[in-house]
Ligand binder design. Structure first.
Ligand SMILES: *Cc1c(COP(=O)(O)O)cnc(C)c1O
Length: 424
């Protein structure tokens, strides 16, 4: 791999470098274990004295290639692939916080992450304070406690489509001396590289645009490699780890202490690794990431503009739509808006449902970021237990339709929405 390669070349070439006579395409190593000649060699692997594979819960050659490709695309030094996006966010937090500590997060978050932060992490002794996505660095710092150990946000929030104000959030994290963790699922490294804007750790639900074809659930945590873990707030990184004969992460793995600790403590003890076949699918998915993201963004903007001018549509939300309240932030940080947009019908919830049911090309699916266009109605699906008043409070308007615009021909996508609108 050439360090100067541009992102399109990295998407195709990085991660797997076959030697003479080896498979051209990344092989699926569907094996839990690996053969060695002497027990000493295996002992050295267990002691992390030598690199290599000994058990697929900890590392696997196919997963390793996928991790290397993602790290190259994001511009990080190392990555750990996990079984789901939820796992990636959980482990990224737990790897820098212990029981009794605290995290500050932007309130513009994926629903599953809100639940993780407000219910489940609390049970594990980690409290999360949610601050407004508009908060200034001073306001974010005001939410800090002596035990704050991370700042967390999403680059483009799902489904609010708020674009992260990297400047304010990264400034706050820096002043607090804690890592800034960014969930970069929607933009992918092709549309935004959070490490260029102050992030220390990047996470993904690889289930979405990384895979891109709705084939496999997965997650990943990527480390930039420049955060100072020896600033006094993170003794787990600087003091001997008893479970590894006194290993010190910042001393023995100075280049990527976060990733090594995450793998050998959290994945060793809790599991949740990515499986080789899923890593293969995600690796191959990444080979067309740049082409897909360009087309998703182009199609979504065209559909957003078309819907905005449609007489039956009340409102459209897409960060790259001129006049959108996120437009300036989107221009500043993103190369494109991804394929996700939201809109509401003038006829309210019933009209929105009628449009969804009348679509022929676009399918109703609980998913985003697929090559195929899909729609979801949060009010009658993911948020169906809420009343109309509660939906408004949750930022999910009753008439809101979330569209994941695919990479089909845009004329066919627009024609499908037009024929569905005629049914209203
Ligand atoms: C989907 C999603 C997740 C959760 O990922 P899974 O792979 O479904 O576990 C986390 N963050 C964001 C932004 C997502 O869109």
């Amino acid at each position: 791999m050439d360090k100067n390669w541009k992102i399109e070349t990295l998407a195709v070439q990085a991660g797997y470098e076959p030697q003479n006579g080896e498979a051209r395409v990344v092989p699926i190593v569907q094996s839990t274990t690996y053969k060695y000649n002497t027990s000493q060699e295996v002992a050295d692997l267990f002691d992390l004295k030598a690199p290599g594979f000994f058990y697929t819960r900890l590392a696997n050659p196919t997963v390793d290639c996928f991790e290397k490709k993602m790290a190259a695309l994001e511009g990080g030094v190392a990555a750990v692939a996990l079984s789901a996006g939820q796992t990636a966010n959980t482990m990224a937090i737990m790897n820098c916080c212990t029981c009794g500590q605290h995290v500050i997060a932007s309130a513009a978050l994926y629903g599953g992450t809100v639940s993780l932060f407000t219910n489940t992490l609390k049970k594990m002794g980690v409290e999360v304070t949610l601050v407004s996505s508009d908060a200034t660095a001073e306001e974010i710092i005001a939410a800090a406690r002596p035990e704050t150990r991370a700042v967390f946000a999403e680059t483009i929030a799902n489904p609010a489509l708020t674009v992260l104000n990297f400047e304010e959030f990264s400034k706050a994290a820096k002043e607090l001396g804690v890592p800034f963790i960014v969930d970069n699922t929607f933009p992918t490294p092709f549309l935004c590289k959070p490490f260029d804007f102050g992030a220390d750790i990047v996470t993904h639900s690889t289930t979405k645009y990384t895979d891109g074809h709705a084939l496999s659930v997965g997650g990943i945590v990527i480390e930039k490699g420049t955060f100072n873990w020896a600033n006094g707030k993170f003794p787990e990184f600087t003091e001997p780890d008893k479970s590894y004969h006194g290993l010190i992460y910042t001393r023995d793995f100075a280049a990527c202490p976060f990733s090594v600790k995450l793998r050998v403590q959290w994945v060793r003890d809790l599991g949740f690794p990515m499986m080789p076949f899923n890593a293969f699918l995600s690796h191959v998915g990444l080979e067309t990431l740049h082409l897909r993201m360009e087309r998703h963004s182009e199609n979504a903007l065209k559909l957003a503009e078309h819907l905005q001018n449609h007489p039956k549509v009340a409102w459209v939300k897409y960060p790259f739509l001129k006049g959108d309240d996120q437009y300036e932030m989107a221009k500043k940080y993103l190369k494109g808006g991804s394929g996700v947009l939201c809109f509401g019908m003038k006829g309210g919830k019933a009209a929105s449902e009628k449009v969804m049911n009348s679509l022929k090309l676009a399918a109703i699916v609980v998913h985003v970021a697929d090559v195929r266009t899909g729609v979801l109605h949060p009010a009658s699906m993911t948020h169906r237990q809420l009343t109309d008043e509660e939906l408004v409070a949750a930022g999910v308007l009753p008439e809101m339709v979330r569209v994941s615009v695919g990479i089909e021909n845009i004329d066919d996508i627009i024609a499908d929405f037009d024929q569905a609108m005629e049914q209203v």
